[in-house]
Design a protein around this ligand. Structure first.
Ligand code: FMN
Length: 213
């Protein structure tokens, strides 16, 4: 704890202060014991829970508050049948077994909402003038929002199984035809079967990938 004066008992805790930071068990849930799951327990995931994780994830930051991610939660047999042909063979059963498969896409025309989401500057004009910049921005921030979604899901006790082994153009034709939305990656959501997990693969060390400047 920093400072020498005790806070009043009813003062709201500052979540950035170390004494009120996420407990170790929360860090385990989000990172240290969380795995990428490939097999799923037959336990349903409600639409209410999906809405809840979205409501958490939407607070993650995006450039010019653009929020380009567009999500489809595929959880019906009809939806799964539409998604199936897009997947690489090794991913089909992982998707079919999962209670929900989220398609994480991004809207290349996300700037249509910028006047509402970032009203103090006309950034839509900047994106319109430079479509390549708009597309890069959509991809960058849509990817970030997909990551926020995975952490929100983990925070609510769900497991994730992200997958990029699929044909984006098939998913786009099946789910986003006639729109400016493009798929990025898929993420199975549910309660993973930890019994079939292989041991964790190594991570690169701080000194392998980080430097100071
Ligand atoms: C964007 C992305 C794409 C991935 N694509 C696949 C995939 O197509 N099939 C698969 O089985 N796993 C896929 N994975 C899972 C990774 O292999 C896994 O996250 C990584 O090996 C770390 O595993 P761990 O989280 O259990 O430690 C993907 C992960 C990410 C983040």
């Amino acid at each position: 704890m920093t400072g020498s004066t005790a806070a009043p008992v009813d003062a709201p805790a500052d979540p950035r202060e170390p004494w009120s930071a996420l407990p170790e068990a929360g860090l385990d849930l989000l990172f240290r014991t969380a795995r990428s799951h490939k097999a799923w327990l037959p336990r349903p995931v409600t639409d209410t829970l999906l809405r809840d994780i979205f409501e958490l994830a939407q607070f993650g930051p995006t450039s010019t508050n653009g929020q380009p991610a567009r999500l489809v939660f595929v959880r019906t047999a009809e939806g799964k049948a539409r998604l199936g042909p897009a997947l690489h063979a090794g991913n089909v059963s992982k998707m079919m077994q999962a209670p929900v498969t989220a398609i994480i896409g991004h809207d290349l025309a996300f700037h249509h909402h910028q006047h509402r989401l970032f009203p103090h500057r006309d950034v839509a004009a900047e994106y319109r003038a430079d479509p390549e910049h708009a597309h890069t921005t959509a991809m960058r921030n849509g990817t970030l929002q997909g990551a926020y979604l995975m952490l929100a899901a983990r925070a609510r006790g769900l497991d994730c199984g992200p997958m990029s082994g699929f044909h984006n153009e098939i998913v786009d034709a099946a789910f986003f035809a006639g729109t400016s939305v493009r798929s990025n990656f898929l993420c199975n959501l549910g309660y993973g079967d930890a019994a079939v997990l292989l041991p964790r693969l190594p991570r690169l060390a701080f000194d392998d990938v980080c430097s100071f400047a």
